[in-house]
Design a protein around this ligand. Structure first.
Ligand code: GCU
Length: 723
């Protein structure tokens, strides 16, 4: 067969187009939930065209400039035509975007109560009638409220919501909504599974990667208003002038999006970069050094947020090195930042090698006695559970136990213990469970969310932090569905009472499609994914069974590490008589750190929720569960259930194929295959190991492991990421 030159040319053109097309598709994830492709829906499109015919935008500041830019970008994309924006107001306008102070008094008057409710950061989106003209009003007290209102408007449009009779009055319930980046100055990310750190310290401050602005947009679109740029295992170099200039350059990009930068402060910085021979918080020179450093920082970054500090935890330096307390350390820094309205966020993630009691008790024991002793620009940041970001933990008992100290919730968005960025796990389900938990600290309806948002104890300031899962990967988060965890964290930091199901739906519609035949099944995958990972990793309250250091895969047999509480055997306590950690009064008595109502429930195996059973109890292998199964069978069946749930997720995902691009479909399909393989690995390794104690056969319905225990024990992963 002869091929003509023209045919060759056509072949190359087609090949080129195919390559371009597939590149375009694999870049799709870069837009996150902010893609603005043209709305084709014939019903909603004319309505949006009508409302956006003539937009009055009252500009006048950097944040408002940003808001206008975002509105134009969104509307141009969604409607497929340039938007018609004016800076003078008229009754011919169909939309007004303006702060309250710039609106006519008569317009504002009927909504006085709404304006009072929305405070500094909230917004109102309302359909109003002025002289018989229907106008869509987006308004707020402050610039930042306008930006949030614009993002909300665009989200509503992306979800094809009608504006007829719209009346939204929305305000964040939590003040500090922050990401914590565990990013090192060499651009590695501790527990990061999505590439390297976004911050290109080498090229800053001159080179501004356009990605910094995209990062800020994404955060602002969900209301995140603070970012800690550096790892809690801190490097004091970031506090030197050379680095502060780089930090200032980032702050400048983030500022028009309402985002403040924070840094981690290494407690020994006065020694390392200050030339002092002590970092004692009561030492006069040390105090002066920090005061000076604060002055320097605020000169370069006038709206610097403050310090996040990990002190006397996992080898980090802190006040205890000098016989001082957390209060001494935190208050010394707070005094340095106070003249500039800076905050100190002091972490309560502590557990000492010298303390042989249950690790789950240590943070509470160390911090609760200090309640009320911190200065008022100190917040104490507490992880969601008492151990360390496990697939499931009961809520941290410190929530509710420090009524005179604002407590920041620390969630982990990066999946250190939840399958890295290979497993699809929708974390808002976990966050919701913690936030909804009853503390009983002021009777019934004293939930963790009420502690965090400050309403339970009337706290002056409130905060929620999420350890970021963001890196240089094209889609930011490694797994496309890990974007939903960033999104969902932001939504819950804005409003900790939102339901995870509503968040999943929003994210799917904003990211992929409004088609309910796509949304409903895929939402069911997301919703069941959290329970699946608990089942195939650590069912019935088991915890910390992961392999050492990198935390990749199962390692329940590990027992030889220098500190007892680093060993999985410390947590599961399996022996021939049974399994589980006794935290009742007959054991470590960790339950006593909860309110008596909660302690009572946890103390008895009969009343303890089964999902926490082995967290609080050591029980015999033939202990009978409520459904009549003996414990060994129940553990084995739960592991199997987890594997089956992933199988189910794969078969449901097949239904998604027709609604998204091949690349989008295949990317998740391949990742789900990894998840299934690893779920089986977890099941097999854990059951074979626990079977050496129970001595019992696997119950019917549980697949037999493909390999023997030695095989699973022999696996080594020196290059697992994120370590
Ligand atoms: C976990 C994690 C560490 C991290 C620590 C922390 O232990 O494995 O990498 O530094 O939490 O939160 O400080």
């Amino acid at each position: 067969m002869n091929i003509s030159a023209a045919q060759v040319k056509i072949f190359y053109i087609i090949t080129f187009l195919v390559i371009m097309n597939s590149n375009a598709q694999s870049l799709e994830g870069y837009d996150l939930w902010l893609g603005y492709s043209k709305i084709e829906d014939p019903v909603i499109l004319p309505e949006y065209q009508r409302h956006t015919k003539s937009i009055f935008f009252n500009n006048g500041s950097a944040v408002l400039e940003t808001a206008q830019k975002e509105l134009v970008r969104g509307i141009d994309g969604l409607l497929g035509q340039p938007s018609n924006i004016h800076n003078s107001q008229s009754l011919l306008n169909t939309m007004w975007v303006s702060k309250k102070m710039d609106l006519d008094k008569d317009i504002v008057k009927p909504f006085k109560a709404d304006f009072e409710q929305i405070g500094k950061e909230g917004f109102i989106i309302k359909s109003i009638t002025v002289n018989d003209n229907s106008i869509l009003l987006i308004t707020a007290n402050e610039d930042i409220g306008i930006l949030y209102g614009v993002f909300k408007l665009l989200q509503l449009m992306k979800m094809h919501k009608s504006f007829e009779g719209i009346n939204i009055v929305d305000v964040p319930k939590i003040e500090l909504r922050m990401l914590n980046h565990w990013d090192n100055l060499d651009r590695t990310v501790e527990r990061g599974y999505a590439g390297f750190s976004l911050w290109n310290w080498q090229k800053l401050p001159e080179y501004i990667d356009p990605r910094y602005e995209d990062y800020a947009r994404a955060n602002a679109s969900i209301g995140i208003n603070a970012t800690v740029l550096t790892n809690v295992n801190a490097n004091s170099l970031v506090l030197t002038s050379a680095y502060l200039d780089k930090v200032a350059a980032l702050a400048e990009v983030f500022r028009p999006y309402g985002i403040k930068v924070y840094l981690t402060a290494r407690f020994s910085a006065p020694i390392e970069i200050g030339g002092l021979n002590t970092a004692d918080p009561l030492d006069k020179d040390v105090i002066e050094w920090w005061n000076d450093r604060a002055k320097k920082i605020y000169k370069i970054i006038p709206d610097f947020g403050g310090f996040l500090v990990k002190a006397n935890s996992e080898g980090q330096p802190g006040p205890q090195n000098y016989g001082r307390t957390h209060v001494d350390g935190a208050n010394m820094l707070a005094n340095a930042l106070r003249p500039f309205n800076g905050m100190v966020i002091w972490r309560a993630f502590v557990y000492s090698e010298l303390d042989t009691t249950d690790r789950a008790k240590q943070a509470f024991t160390e911090f609760v006695p200090y309640d009320g002793n911190f200065l008022d620009n100190v917040l104490v940041q507490v992880k969601n559970g008492p151990i360390d970001f496990q697939p499931r933990e009961p809520f941290h008992p410190t929530f509710g136990a420090m009524p005179n100290t604002p407590l920041v919730m620390e969630f982990q968005i990066t999946q250190e213990y939840l399958g890295f960025s290979s497993h699809l796990v929708f974390l808002p389900k976990l966050y919701e469970e913690v936030l909804d938990a009853e503390t009983y600290r002021k009777g019934k309806k004293s939930t963790v969310a009420q502690v965090i948002d400050g309403s339970l104890f009337n706290s002056k300031i409130s905060g929620m932090a999420g350890v970021a899962n963001i890196g240089t990967d094209l889609n930011w988060t490694g797994h496309p569905f890990a974007q939903a965890n960033w999104y969902g964290f932001g939504r819950l930091a804005w409003n900790p009472y939102l339901s995870s199901e509503a968040i999943a739906e929003e994210w799917l519609r904003l990211t992929y499609s409004n088609n309910s035949e796509f949304v409903e099944p895929v939402k069911s995958i997301m919703i069941s994914s959290r329970e699946a990972v608990v089942n195939y990793m650590t069912p019935l309250g088991l915890h910390h069974l992961m392999d050492t250091g990198h935390h990749y895969g199962p390692g329940p047999w590990v027992s030889d590490l220098s500190r007892p509480e680093w060993n999985p055997t410390y947590y599961h306590q399996a022996d021939k008589d049974g399994i589980g950690f006794d935290r009742t009064p007959s054991g470590s008595n960790a339950t006593s750190q909860y309110s008596s109502e909660i302690a009572e429930i946890f103390n008895a195996p009969e009343t303890c929720p089964e999902e926490y059973l082995l967290w609080f109890h050591h029980l015999p292998w033939d202990y009978k569960l409520k459904n009549g199964e003996i414990l060994w069978d129940a553990v084995a069946l739960k592991y199997q259930e987890g594997v089956d749930q992933v199988g189910e997720m794969i078969s449901i995902w097949k239904q998604a194929k027709t609604y998204i691009s091949d690349d989008q479909y295949n990317e998740v399909r391949m990742l789900l295959e990894i998840q299934l393989k690893e779920a089986k690995w977890w099941r097999n390794a854990c059951l074979l190991y626990f079977q050496t104690f129970s001595g019992k056969k696997l119950p019917p319905g549980v697949e037999l492991p493909e390999e023997n225990l030695e095989f699973y024990r022999s696996l080594k992963f020196p290059y697992a990421p994120g370590n």
